[in-house]
Design a protein around this ligand. Structure first.
Ligand SMILES: [Zn+2]
Length: 238
């Protein structure tokens, strides 16, 4: 009888330890910390994405500006050439007309490039604002994240004392249990938080499978502890 009593006391102390460990993992601060961690990660992804978009549109803008500058320069040269042709008496009206068409074409090209450059500039401005807003948000969340992390560290340190106490209680009762039985408990404990269960009628109190007669007889009067052949939990008769 005393073996069973010690064995149940061992499981009880172990459950208390699990409870203490769980409580440390699941505090409000821990939950907040997980949420902030995810938010921060999302923001960092956003920052990287927005930064890449910004670099892309800035490069496009630089290309457009270079093209617009080149077109403006060509127009200047053509205008100077037009002045020359106008002063030259040998220039035919047809030549003049063609030259003017060229200049007009260049002028339209330049105007289109300018419009595109304007749109790109507006895009850069909008993206920069978004990017800066994201960075400000990320900084705010990082600050909160650091604060909550410090709170969690404090809780963890406080919890460590409670865990150590619960562990000592487990060790004390475990020393009263036969080593072979304690080893069986440790094995079953890998699969079940509470591996010791009672027999309910003729069924395992854990998996609810019917137990064979010979096992039930062994459990009977001597308060023996047997393994359930189906689930591996440790059975006893109340
Ligand atoms: Zn079972």
């Amino acid at each position: 009888m005393s073996q069973l009593k010690d064995f149940l006391a061992f499981q009880s102390a172990d459950l208390q330890l699990q409870h203490t460990e769980e409580a440390i993992k699941n505090t409000e601060n821990r939950k907040r910390f997980s949420r902030l961690h995810k938010q921060l990660k999302d923001m960092q992804d956003n920052i990287a994405k927005q930064s890449a978009e910004l670099a892309q549109i800035e490069a496009a803008l630089a290309r457009l500006q270079a093209q617009a500058d080149a077109a403006a320069k060509r127009m200047q040269m053509e205008s100077a050439e037009l002045d020359n042709l106008t002063g030259d008496s040998e220039t035919t009206a047809e030549e003049m007309a063609e030259f003017i068409r060229d200049i007009e074409h260049l002028d339209r090209e330049w105007a289109a490039l300018e419009r595109e450059a304007h749109a790109a500039t507006a895009g850069v401005k909008r993206l920069s604002q978004e990017y800066n807003a994201t960075r400000r948000n990320a900084a705010r969340i990082k600050k909160e994240y650091d604060e909550v992390r410090a709170l969690c560290e404090t809780e963890k340190a406080q919890g460590a004392a409670a865990v150590a106490e619960a562990e000592a209680a487990v060790a004390a009762v475990k020393s009263l249990v036969a080593p072979a039985l304690a080893a069986k408990y440790d094995k079953a404990r890998k699969y079940f938080p509470a591996p010791v269960v009672t027999v309910l009628g003729d069924k395992c109190g854990g998996c609810k499978m019917s137990l064979p007669g010979n096992l039930l007889r062994r459990l009977g009067p001597g308060n023996e502890i047997c393994e359930c052949e189906n689930c591996g939990r440790l059975l006893y008769l109340e």
